[in-house]
Design a protein around this ligand. Structure first.
Ligand code: 6PG
Length: 233
């Protein structure tokens, strides 16, 4: 069981973007230094946009070992990769088009993502062990595309789950499952805005009714960077 987590509370979205970029840069650099590669899963939605825009600017654009980074997503909406609702499209526009990650090291979550996931070094349980996973938080406590009451929450073997009834449109999605999220070396939740305040408080209390409460890395770091609007200070 992961120990209770104390979030880092920053004034607002700009500070959240900076803090999340700095946190991520440290772990990307450490992973490449230690193992020669960094396996990174980006979050979807709007909150991480600021962090990704920040990573695409100085000093991170020039200093991070981007050619050794392998990029995945923690979830994806099943729309075309150039669709405005695509998580891939957002990250490509604000980050991937601005840093030197080889195209063959970018793995959109479409079709059967298993071959790409199997390139990631596995933990003792055979689960891909990401170095960094970014996650957001929904007002209902969902994370990635793991929504309250979803059968995907019960997946203990599959690496990926298909979702066809997501209450947050679009309804059809692919998501990493909890075993993969919990195999990570480091998980970062980025949470901003007053609309997330109640869900965040419940997750930080470990309310089991909320999917995000079940993100508890077995042998890894769980970190929250939140703005004052969400963090209640
Ligand atoms: C998605 C995300 C989803 C998101 C939360 C928060 O594809 O929609 O993975 O889990 O992180 O819904 O979304 P915002 O950051 O837009 O509030």
């Amino acid at each position: 069981m992961t120990a209770p987590v104390t979030p880092v509370v920053v004034p607002g979205p700009a500070e959240l973007a900076e803090a999340a970029a700095s946190w991520t840069a440290q772990r990307v650099t450490a992973a490449v230094g230690a193992r020669g590669a960094c396996y990174l899963a980006l979050a979807g939605g709007e909150t991480p946009r600021g962090c990704y825009e920040r990573l695409a600017r100085s000093p991170y654009r020039e200093t991070l070992p981007w050619p050794s980074v392998f990029v995945f997503w923690s979830d994806e909406r099943q729309v075309s990769l150039d669709h405005p609702e695509s998580n891939y499209a957002m990250a490509k526009a604000v980050l991937l088009d601005h840093v030197r990650i080889p195209a063959e090291q970018v793995f959109p979550l479409v079709g059967d993502p298993t071959p790409g996931l199997r390139r990631i070094p596995a933990d003792a349980g055979g689960r891909p062990r990401f170095d960094v996973i970014h996650l957001g938080l929904g007002e209902d406590g969902h994370t990635a595309s793991l929504f309250p009451g979803s059968p995907a929450l019960k997946e203990v073997r599959a690496l990926i789950a298909q979702v066809h009834d997501a209450p947050k449109p679009p309804p059809d999605r692919l998501t990493l499952t909890l075993p993969v999220l919990n195999a990570a070396r480091a998980v970062l939740f980025m949470v901003q805005g007053t609309s997330k305040r109640q869900a965040l408080a419940r997750v930080l209390r470990g309310d089991p009714a909320l999917p995000a409460s079940h993100v508890q890395p077995l042998d890894g770091e769980l970190h929250f960077i939140v703005d004052r609007a969400a963090g209640g200070q």
